[in-house]
Design a protein around this ligand. Structure first.
Ligand code: PLP
Length: 356
């Protein structure tokens, strides 16, 4: 006897990147920051007291919301803390999408979006990205025609690393009738010279929800901490109605505050990743594995065909190096490779040279 709802029985779950055990394994498959969190984060961790664990945490993470609000020059009621950015995706669906109404995505993109849609009982309306991974110009028109109440756009795009401009997103937000979720999981790695800041969209539009996470930029994937930024009117129902009663724990709140406060440390790691991104991209291109320009901490390297991509993926795994392979349209001859430290990337390049 199966007791789950029909849509749950029919759906497939999210497939996370592989986690191999063993200290020798080099994980370049889940886009973690190769550098550890700031020393202040570990100090905050070691100063946690029994009393802080005995009591419930601040339900809406007030201290964190203040720190994040200051960082982004918004009001605290425009910010909410979540147990990993993925929780915000689920909350946005629960809050803004009537059961069985469709959810909009561009393809290819983060494979969790259709999983969350299926769990909610929502069909997915898909729009293909342009040949250069850009958001199609008629996206708003198509989503409005399908009466889609919520659209997910990841920017910089995953898995290509392409950055869509704030101007393009501004027009999209203006034209969309539903909510636009801008998933900025990788925005910390954008070249600062581009002065890219999508938070300004939340002042001009009451339908823009920005997702941030500490998993990538702040080296805290193990902590499970993210946050959303939007107009106060957009955030209020998630903050005060659909959020779990104590959705982020006391330890995570303190560590997240410490991480955001040390911008100098975080920026230094982002700079190192950007420098290495350029070097690795050139080195991969020399090996016939060129990738589109990435503003993220990964590269989508194209092999000459799917067979070569699969052989590299398997050969690297045999050598203890994990990269991500997607058996999907437009992606099946490519590998998504996280930018590591210079030493890690040298090991990757040597292994690629050894696979014939
Ligand atoms: C990593 C990631 C997230 C959020 O991850 P969390 O670890 O849950 O914060 C969201 N979107 C994309 C595209 C990601 O890669």
């Amino acid at each position: 006897m199966a007791y789950e709802r029909r849509n749950i029985a029919d759906m497939h779950g999210y497939v996370p990147g592989k986690q191999l055990r063993g200290a020798e394994t080099l994980k370049l498959n889940t886009n973690e920051n190769p550098y550890p969190p700031a020393p202040a984060v570990l100090e905050a961790l070691s100063s946690i007291t029994g009393e802080q664990l005995r009591c419930y945490p601040p339900a809406a993470a007030d201290d964190f919301r203040e720190v994040a609000a200051r960082l982004h020059s918004v009001a605290p009621d425009q910010v909410m803390a979540v147990n990993g950015g993925d929780e915000l995706l689920r909350l946005a669906i629960a809050t803004f999408v009537e059961p069985s109404r469709p959810i909009g995505v561009v393809e290819p993109s983060y494979s969790l979006y259709p999983v969350l849609a299926a769990a909610h009982g929502s069909p997915v309306v898909r729009a293909d990205l342009d040949d250069d991974w850009g958001v199609p110009g008629d996206l708003a028109e198509r989503m409005n025609a399908a009466r889609v109440p919520l659209v997910f756009v990841v920017n910089p795009h995953a898995p290509s690393g392409k950055l869509t401009s704030v101007r393009t997103l501004d027009a999209l937000a203006r034209d969309l009738e539903g909510v636009l979720v801008v998933d900025e999981a990788y925005v910390d790695f954008v070249d600062p010279e581009l002065a890219h800041d999508a938070v300004e969209l939340t002042r001009a539009h009451d339908n823009v929800l920005i997702l941030r996470t500490l998993s990538k930029g702040y080296g805290l994937a193990g902590l499970r901490f993210g946050y959303g930024i939007g107009a106060a009117s957009l955030m209020a129902p998630m903050l005060w109605k659909t959020r779990d009663s104590y959705n982020v724990d006391a330890i995570a709140q303190r560590l997240a505050c410490a991480a955001l406060r040390d911008q100098a440390y975080a920026r230094e790691t982002w700079g190192k990743v950007r420098g290495e991104r350029a070097r690795l991209s050139a080195a991969l291109a020399e090996r016939g594995l060129s990738a589109p320009a990435s503003q993220s901490n990964f590269l989508l390297a194209a092999a000459r065909d799917a067979q070569r991509a699969r052989a590299l993926h398997a050969g690297l795994e045999e050598r203890g190096i994990l990269v991500r392979y997607f058996d999907a349209p437009r992606l099946d001859h490519r590998l998504r490779i996280t930018v590591g430290t210079p030493e890690q990337d040298d090991r990757l390049l040597a292994a690629i040279d050894a696979i014939r």
